[in-house]
Write a protein that binds this ligand. Structure first.
Ligand SMILES: [Zn+2]
Ligand SMILES: [Zn+2]
Length: 331
């Protein structure tokens, strides 16, 4: 099978992903082999390729927003059949027995494994996954439409939950990339009043089209304090801007696996029981809740497809902000 492999991280301009032809292995008990139909590209893939996120093992096939068709089923599995469509996302496995797993917080499992980081991911023609972490996808989305829901969508949804935003509340979205494009549609569905802050004027216009009450640059004050905010930009100074706009008792949820740094800031900004929270991974419950909600709203995804062998170009386009919505690789 063909796969775009990361052997040595390097700036994306140096095309660190290399097309390889790999031998196909059979799924072990409890695993499924999927024929990949589409795999969306995420900022984390870029950060892994460029070593901003340290590789867990090399070589590795990145890609953790995978839509595939079940091709082979490992022993002892009854809940999947050949030909089923399955989604594969960032959380590739957890031990199921630690204090976090048994308390509904498998996203924090110290033995969690991640797709495209610990396990080979979806920048390939075929992928082997743990069947109990494969997701059933709503039929209303095509393969290409469903792929970007699987990271940007699910983790954006968890970020909204972590922010504590309530239906009808005043919500700030700081940064407006692929994940925020999906989160704003959920927040609109909940009747929230949404303030988008982002550098790009083009993205500001798009936010207004999607129902933001206003859209402006990162440092523009909001007309009244926010009940909650989610930051999507991987930049610590943006977190501080969000904190400045927050009402007492509110939360800024930071939707980034990697942030450049957190600048020092005045304690006055945090005083008043304001909270800062990171957003780490997701649980399968988050994934299933979000996918059901995405079909009900229904969420619209905007995508630009690239052939698998152009994964470097897709990541470069993503990095440059040249992709409307999400870049999706098609093997
Ligand atoms: Zn665990
Ligand atoms: Zn991701």
């Amino acid at each position: 099978m063909r796969a775009m492999r990361l052997e040595r991280p390097a700036p994306i301009a140096e095309r660190p992903l290399i097309l390889r032809d790999l031998e196909e292995r059979a799924p072990a008990p409890g695993e499924l082999a999927l024929r990949v139909k589409a795999c969306a590209v995420c900022r984390t893939d870029l950060q892994l390729c460029e070593s901003d996120v340290t590789a867990h093992r090399l070589p590795i096939t990145p890609g953790h927003q995978v839509v595939g068709i079940v091709e082979t089923i490992g022993e002892d599995l009854t809940d999947w059949k050949i030909g089923d469509r399955a989604g594969v996302a960032w959380l590739g496995g957890a031990d199921g027995v630690c204090a976090y797993c048994v308390s509904g917080r498998e996203n924090l499992c110290p033995n969690a494994t991640f797709t495209g980081w610990d396990r080979d991911g979806g920048f390939a023609g075929r992928i082997i996954v743990r069947a109990d972490f494969a997701l059933h996808l709503p039929t209303s989305f095509s393969d290409t439409e469903a792929a970007p829901l699987l990271c940007g969508g699910i983790i954006g949804y968890r970020a909204l939950k972590r922010s504590g935003i309530q239906p009808g509340g005043r919500l700030g979205l700081y940064g407006f990339g692929a994940s925020a494009l999906l989160a704003i549609q959920v927040a609109r569905y909940w009747g929230c009043e949404i303030y988008v802050r982002t550098r790009s004027e083009h993205d500001q216009l798009e936010a207004l089209e999607l129902g933001a009450a206003d859209a402006d640059s990162y440092d523009a004050p909001t007309p009244s304090p926010l009940d909650a905010a989610v930051t999507f930009a991987p930049v610590g100074s943006v977190v501080i801007e969000a904190l400045k706009a927050l009402a007492p008792g509110g939360t800024v949820a930071i939707n980034a696996i990697h942030l450049d740094q957190m600048p020092a800031f005045s304690y006055d900004l945090l005083w008043g029981e304001r909270n800062l929270s990171s957003v780490a991974n997701f649980t399968r419950a988050d994934a299933n809740e979000f996918l059901e909600l995405a079909a009900r709203i229904p969420i619209r995804t905007t995508t630009r497809t690239f052939p698998l062998e152009e994964a470097n170009e897709a990541l470069a386009a993503h990095a440059a902000g040249d992709v409307q919505g999400a870049a999706v690789l098609i093997p």
